[in-house]
Design a protein. Structure first.
Lengths: 229, 229
DNA sequence: CAGGATCCGATTAGATACTG
DNA sequence: CAGTATCTAATCGGATCCTG
């Protein structure tokens, strides 16, 4: 795409980073995804064709490598690409401070579940397997019900009942969970006001909040409420 | 333009920042430009129509304000916009570390002179007015000769002889000056190898290197030279 | 100096269908 | 699972001309 014709390092970096979707693909790689389909789950609105193209560009630019494994291609950040973690971090910090108004379009249930499953603190789980059902109020029928299958080794997310039974059910609107996720609404506050409902053994109801680490940006300090000028 | 449909703060920030040219316009504002023409001198390849459009978008997004003054409109960063300085900084640091290969297109003489004039350390200048002529080897005729008119209060850049006489002349290729500017080539090294030639009183020849602060990214540490994997 | 209005060509990305 | 190929609709941005 476009070059800026400037020797400024900001301009040279922008040539690489400001192409549409690129920063989000990098974010997925920074978050640890290495397989095509995993990366795509983090950018589901991107066509697979376009993702292919962006990945190739990133390889050409030396930000990632592509390796053929038995299970298929594996994408990994190079040293240069890895240092973009700092860029993603600062941009996210700015974003959470100043861009808090979300449209309904932004409240993507599948994305929320994908994010949650990836931030599970495996060490905080009870022994054995735990199945957490999540019900998202008002979501479209096929996006309403989710199951997180958690054990000490991995966290899986399903959009169908995996058939192990349910240990705990969590019910809320997608917006409520997103606000909790982003650190804009306290867990206790949400429970107290019944915006977040938990059903199951009281011990699990108490513990569940420790199973998730929330968004990496949840703890970023927010600006004082006053005009932006 | 495009929305990503994600609640992730990185995605929300990218919606604002990854539109073409936007980051460079922000960079100009962070660097201190407030007038339309000054901003445009920092992004000369951007059409004025497009710059107008981007500025309006930035106002709508609450990153800058536009104020009508007697001399004309003045653009200024809001608190939110001002915090983008950190984003510009991190991106520039990454850029100078990993994107050192510049095309001829990137070596824009006018941009270099504009950058230099803006990073003059007024306090380091000799008393009174100093005129520094700059000759850029191999540049197109109308981009070869420049004059920096420096005094304790301001630094001006002209592409014509302002008629005050010349105290010191600096001659080099644009590429050499850019590499010095970016911190990739030492001043002494350039002088010793005659890539940078100075003509004028020996005292000024010795002092001139202190008049410029170089690029804000000149002092960023560079990666060790080895493969990027 | 700081734009507004238009037109038009180039680029882009989504949708769709197909492949090993 | 991980793409490729193709077509089309939409968008974007440069050029040009005009304004107060």
């Amino acid at each position: 795409m476009g070059e800026y014709g400037q020797f400024c390092p900001v301009a040279k970096a922008a040539e690489v980073l400001d192409e549409r979707w690129t920063l989000l693909v990098v974010r997925e790689l920074v978050a640890g995804s290495t397989r095509f389909n995993d990366i795509h789950r983090g950018v589901p609105r991107m066509s697979r064709t376009l993702l292919t193209k962006r990945l190739r560009t990133l390889v050409d630019q030396g930000l990632i490598t592509r390796r053929e494994e038995r299970q298929g291609p594996v994408y990994e950040l190079t040293t240069a690409g890895n240092e973009l973690a700092a860029v993603v971090d600062v941009i996210g910090q700015w974003g959470i401070r100043w861009l808090s108004s979300l449209s309904d379009e932004d409240l993507d249930p599948a994305l929320l579940m994908w994010d949650m499953h990836r931030r599970v603190d495996l060490g905080a789980l009870p022994p054995g397997r735990t199945v957490l059902a999540v019900v998202l109020d008002h979501a479209a029928p096929q996006l309403r019900n989710w199951w997180l299958v958690l054990d000490q080794h991995e966290a899986d997310v399903c959009d169908y009942d995996p058939g192990f039974g349910t240990d705990l059910t969590m019910q809320a609107s997608t917006g409520t969970l997103v606000r909790i996720w982003r650190g804009e609404l306290g867990w206790d506050d949400a429970v107290r006001t019944s915006r977040l409902e938990l059903r199951g053994p009281s011990e699990l109801r108490r513990q569940v909040r420790t199973w998730f680490q929330l968004s990496p940006f949840a703890t970023v300090s927010r600006p004082e409420a006053r005009d932006a000028g």
